[in-house]
Design a protein around this ligand. Structure first.
Ligand code: PMV
Length: 330
């Protein structure tokens, strides 16, 4: 019997994911419906493990992240768990203990793996059995990118158009084993980022002159990303992923006040990756709302990508991962 078989307590693990065609902007802030669809890869080596335990005597939920109480995160977590409490028809509070095996809030997708693991564990603790799609819809309401970490490998998130958000969910595009790409992350700064993705998106939408163009340009990028993944066409995926990433950052840079998520080392890494690819190495970059650069490469290219990024001044640490599975009970 695993710990998760016992009703009332469950442990789940979910991998972080990075978008290759990005989510940036919301269509509905209350339901956390994204303004655009997105395509991501789920990682194996960067994950969150979360234990949820029913606490019938408590009057509020409790969250401990990496051994520290996080009262500042409580409202978001309670709101997400409330969706499951409503489905289960119970009102019991929970104790949540969560651990990331990588830095939290530094642009490494900790909210994605965090909410995916939370939803999977809370569902089991409440004795519910949701479909993967329902899980994805609940996770989305915790964090948009978390809807994707419910699944492994290559994943597409649909923005949807239903007013209640019922068609805004992720689904798998391709198994990780079908195209085992690898990821090298160049960590160029530690500590939590200054402007989180939620407020960065709001600021971009309300003040960036390029935001409307960003949203309008997403359907062709999604189509190109989907086609590249289905055909396992590395050059085509590299082309659309770098274009889409730079477009997202262009919209953010043009916000007021500006959102400059990069530091000098981020930019040096970007050039290093482009030089490698120009020299025939199958690698491309992506960057999220933080200064870390993620290099995605074909199997076999990882050692050379690591050697190159390690030599870039300002790179503090490298993390590496293969693609992984969706959120699972432990
Ligand atoms: O799910 P959030 O609120 O952490 O937003 C994710 C935003 C980006 O990481 C920049 C892009 C993405 O699609 O993951």
């Amino acid at each position: 019997m695993t710990t998760s078989d016992r009703h009332g307590r469950a442990v789940a693990r979910a991998g972080a994911n990075f978008a290759l065609v990005k989510y940036w902007g919301k269509a509905d802030e209350r339901l956390n419906v994204p303004a655009v669809g997105s395509i991501s890869i789920t990682l194996d080596a960067l994950f969150t493990e979360t234990e949820v335990e029913l606490a019938p005597k408590q009057r509020s939920d409790e969250i401990v992240l990496d051994g520290k109480r996080r009262d500042e995160d409580l409202a978001k977590i309670t709101a997400c768990v409330d969706l499951l409490r409503r489905k289960a028809g119970i009102d019991t509070r929970v104790r949540v203990a969560s651990r990331n095996n990588f830095p939290t809030g530094a642009g490494l997708a900790s909210s994605a793996s965090g909410f995916a693991a939370l939803v999977r564990a809370a569902e089991a603790a409440f004795g519910l059995t949701l479909s993967p799609r329902e899980r994805s819809i609940v996770a989305r309401q915790g964090s948009g990118s978390a809807a994707r970490s419910i699944f492994g490998g290559f994943v597409e998130m649909h923005a949807g158009s239903a007013p209640d958000g019922s068609d805004s969910f992720a689904e798998p595009l391709l198994e990780s084993t079908a195209w085992p790409l690898e990821v090298v992350i160049a960590v160029t700064a530690k500590g939590e980022k200054e402007v989180g993705s939620r407020s960065g998106m709001t600021r971009s939408a309300s003040s960036s002159p390029y935001y409307a163009a960003w949203v309008a340009g997403q359907p062709p990028d999604l189509a190109a990303g989907r086609a590249a993944i289905r055909a396992r066409d590395f050059a085509a995926l590299a082309d659309v992923a770098e274009h889409n990433c730079l477009k997202m950052h262009a919209a953010a840079l043009a916000a007021r006040p500006p959102l400059v998520y990069w530091n000098g080392a981020t930019v040096e890494c970007l050039h290093a990756v482009r030089r490698l690819r120009a020299g025939g190495v199958p690698v491309f970059f992506t960057i999220d709302a933080g200064p870390q650069l993620k290099a995605v490469c074909a199997p076999g290219a990882r050692a050379e990508v690591e050697r190159t990024l390690r030599a870039v001044p300002g790179v503090l640490e490298l993390l590496a991962s293969t693609l992984g599975r969706g959120a699972e009970l432990r």
